[in-house]
Write a protein that binds this ligand. Structure first.
Ligand SMILES: Nc1ncnc2c1ncn2[C@@H]1O[C@H](COP(=O)(O)OP(=O)(O)OP(=O)(O)O)[C@@H](O)[C@H]1O
Ligand SMILES: [Mg+2]
Length: 298
């Protein structure tokens, strides 16, 4: 029922990996949607949950075609596929040329992904530029997670992008889109995170919080189809847990986990031992579909 966008401002710091990671740790039912107009990576990198390859034509493009006349939230789950590990993914376009065909639908996509009954969406929106088409989705998100590496020059791009987005996202207002920064760096060194946080603060960049995300090729490999050992023991997953806990509790309204006894032990044959796919039930409530961290209606 809520939308969290994951993006970058420069380079390839790990936005796709982070979107999958957040989705894998999300405590409520969730779809990871690849909304990067430059092309998605999941179909090429990951296999389907039962083995075999993912269908690259079933996802964002087939959704857009099915919803050409009437794109609505209930259509989305029909176009998702389950990847190894049990995560439901809306596979993105293969090449940038295909995203041109989505034209006006970018504008519809944000509100639709934010309104799927019974399910939150983590959207990988890729690299944000001044006029990238996916920018229009961001106002529908409760939170935008900007992933960056620890190179000082890239932090400048991050700061400038956040300042450029501020008028549209109004991150400090109750109904705005909060912006979080994840710095991919050596997990033993907290210093780059402090430096980046200070630099963003000096520039009055509209950031809610800055966190460390471990630079960890082995952990990242799980989200690129290289499954080796236990994902939950990797530095990447351990560093992400508190971040995901904060994000998910700030956006929690509609769903509660089933009691312990009802919970499945994760997808059969999961290649991610120790992983448990949340089994959730809808809790009837009255009122708005999403609240901000302060509990105010969005
Ligand atoms: N936390 C991390 N630690 C180590 N390697 C990582 C991490 N996150 C991502 N990577 C690796 O970096 C490469 C790029 O990652 P990814 O595709 O997620 O980046 P991206 O920002 O989505 O890039 P693009 O702009 O091309 O979409 C991949 O090889 C991935 O495995
Ligand atoms: Mg990517």
């Amino acid at each position: 029922m809520g939308l969290i966008a994951v993006a970058s401002a420069k380079g390839s710091p790990g936005a796709t990996t982070t979107a999958l990671l957040i989705g894998a740790l999300w405590p409520r039912a969730v779809i990871v949607a690849e909304c990067d107009p430059h092309g998605g990576d999941v179909a090429a990198r990951m296999s389907a949950s039962g083995g075999g390859t993912l269908d690259p034509d079933r996802g964002l493009l087939s959704l857009a075609a099915a919803g050409r006349k009437n794109l609505h939230a209930e259509l989305v789950p029909e176009h998702t596929q389950q990847v190894v590990g049990g995560l439901d993914v809306l596979v993105g376009v293969r090449v940038p040329e295909q995203s041109a065909g989505l034209a006006h639908q970018w504008g519809q996509l944000g509100p639709i992904l934010a309104a799927i009954p019974g399910c939150d969406v983590i959207a990988d929106v890729g690299r944000l530029g001044a006029a990238t088409p996916q920018n229009v989705m961001l106002t529908a998100a409760s939170d935008l997670v900007m992933v960056c590496d620890d190179q000082p020059s890239n932090v400048v791009h991050l700061r400038d992008r956040m300042l450029a987005l501020e008028p549209a996202l109004r991150p400090s207002s109750t109904n705005g889109t909060r912006i979080h920064v994840l710095v991919v760096t050596d997990p033993r060194r907290g210093r780059p995170v402090k430096e980046i946080s200070d630099a963003l603060g000096r520039a009055a960049a509209p950031v809610t919080d800055v966190h460390l995300l471990a630079r960890d090729p082995k952990g990242a490999g799980f989200f690129a189809g290289r499954v080796d050992g236990r994902a939950d023991r990797t530095a990447l997953v351990r560093s992400a847990r508190p971040v995901v806990a904060g994000l998910s509790s700030a956006t929690e309204v509609f769903f509660v986990p089933r009691p312990e006894t009802d919970q499945g032990a994760g997808p059969a044959g999961s290649a991610w031992p120790g992983w448990e796919k949340p089994q959730l039930v809808r809790q009837p409530v009255d009122g708005p579909s999403l609240t901000s961290a302060g509990g105010e209606p969005r």
